[in-house]
Design a protein around this ligand. Structure first.
Ligand code: PGA
Ligand code: MN
Length: 472
């Protein structure tokens, strides 16, 4: 059984072998993340192909893949051997590729440092090292003092906590991956460090028609300032807690997570909770109690997907991490409070015909205990609307396009059956869907199924028919 909240695994050296990838799928992964910060453009096509090949021809095994763009992540351009920084040390930070001066730290990919002010905070290596600006020496050089020391290794990330570096909406390296995406056709693309809805629009324009789903990674303070517009512009969001917790006071991240889940649920967009979910499993075979609780809460709050990062990319126990995650999801889903969830949805009153049909379908599921809720769908739109109401039966998209099936996979509780025929009428389409589901789910007389469709077969966004059928 595929869990209702989907499991995303990040691909990396720990799992990049066909047999391990297969095991991850068997353990419950349905979506893979290819992190372009770590997979170069020359390796990406090979890795992509390996993951695509996991898609099995038999039904109910749709495997989706998304590219996670690097975005403007700054890294220290330094040093051949690690530098040890001690508290109250004074060092300079300079934009240069010269690695010879041992007392300065070198940065690249930034035009200048004039956006920094006196007392600006700079963190390195995910917050392990903290620096504070003492003085701006020149446009490309600042003097800093060490607040929290540690060892700096080459290529570690550097974040500017309270200042915004001047970066273009689409970086050069993102452009390379976006070009590759046009050939590879991933199911979704995640934009890192999203700052504005306009940035999302620009990337969508570049991708053109038949574009992958767009996931906005919420990991900068600025994104929160126009979050409604960003969510409206995206298909889904990722609560990227790693960088988000560097951009905000750490203790504010749980509240932001809850708010973002609620907002996405409300707008029928999918939401992924990411980073450090089971991070102790990078080295240990079992997670901490706190991690188990974290995954449980993400599911009860209403996440569509939960993501594993280092746990599957570089961890010692990738398959175990997925198995543990699945067990927690199954447990949390069995206790999901549907009533609370529904009263929380703010936009319940403002419905279109399709949305009202989806709502009625979910309500009928609860009343009748149906075995499945089938959506005859061209674009996946009705699946998205139905998933938002968290019905008590598996949602099955019945679609002709494998690409649509893979996109459906990102939504809570939704799977697909790919139909290999073209129906000539809406009646025929629903009949075929019903027969196929009865067969695929081995339903027996008395079992009930809900089928959603539209009068105008293959017209997007025209769901208006709700049929409830009983197996004879
Ligand atoms: P990353 O994004 O793993 O690409 O940094 C997730 C996060 O920041 O939490
Ligand atoms: Mn990040």
């Amino acid at each position: 059984m595929i869990p209702q909240t989907k499991i995303i695994a990040t691909v990396g050296p720990a799992c990049l072998m066909p047999d391990i990838l297969q095991k991850l799928v068997a353990a419950g992964v349905t979506i893979f993340r290819l992190n372009c910060s770590h997979i170069g453009p020359s390796d990406l096509p090979t890795v992509f192909k390996l993951v695509r090949e996991l898609e099995a021809p038999e039904p109910f095994r749709t495997i989706s893949v998304f590219l996670d763009l690097p975005g403007p992540k700054f890294r220290i351009n330094q040093p051949e051997k690690p530098i040890n920084l001690k508290e109250s040390d004074e060092v300079t930070l300079k934009i240069s590729s010269d690695k010879s001066a041992p007392t300065s730290l070198h940065l690249s990919a930034l035009p200048n440092l004039t956006f920094l002010k006196e007392a600006s905070k700079i963190v390195m290596d995910d917050g392990k090292i903290v620096l504070q600006v003492l003085q701006l020496v020149s446009d490309i050089e600042v003097k800093v003092t060490v607040i929290k020391g540690g060892e700096i290794k080459s290529r570690k990330g550097i974040d500017f906590v309270d200042a915004t570096p001047p970066v273009p909406d689409i970086t050069e390296s993102d452009l390379v991956f976006l070009d590759l995406a046009k050939q590879l056709k991933p199911d979704a693309i995640a934009i890192s460090f999203v700052r504005s809805a306009e940035q999302v629009r620009k990337i969508k324009r570049m991708l053109g028609q038949d574009a992958p789903l767009i996931i906005s990674k919420i990991e900068r303070r600025e994104a929160l300032d126009q979050i409604e517009e960003i969510v409206d512009e995206s298909d889904g969001i990722m609560v990227a807690r790693g960088d988000l917790a560097l951009s905000l006071p750490l203790e504010k991240t749980p509240k932001v997570q809850r708010r973002l889940i609620e907002l996405a649920n409300d707008k029928a967009k999918f939401v992924i909770i990411a980073t450090q979910m089971l991070s102790s499993m990078v080295t240990n075979p079992i997670p901490t109690r706190a991690e188990v609780t974290d995954v449980y809460h993400a599911v009860s709050q209403g996440a569509d997907c939960v993501m594993l990062s280092d746990e599957t990319a570089v961890g010692a126990h990738p398959v175990e991490a997925v198995s543990v995650m699945k067990k927690i999801i199954v447990e949390a889903s069995s206790e999901f409070n549907f009533d609370n969830y529904k009263t929380r949805l703010k936009s319940l009153g403002t419905t279109s015909i399709s949305d009202a049909t989806a709502y009625a379908a979910a309500a009928a599921c609860f009343k009748l205990g149906t075995k499945a809720l089938v959506c005859c769908t061209t674009s996946g739109y009705s699946v998205r609307l139905v998933s938002r109401y968290r019905p008590a039966a598996p949602i099955l998209g019945f679609t002709r396009e494998p690409e649509v099936a893979r996109k459906i996979n990102f939504y809570w509780g939704a799977n697909s059956v790919v139909a290999n025929f073209a129906a000539t009428s809406d009646r025929e389409e629903r009949d075929r869907a019903f027969n196929e589901i009865v067969y695929k789910l081995s339903l027996t007389p008395g079992d009930r199924v809900i089928i959603l469709g539209g009068l105008q077969t293959f017209k997007i966004g025209s769901t208006s028919i709700l049929e409830i059928r009983e197996v004879e």
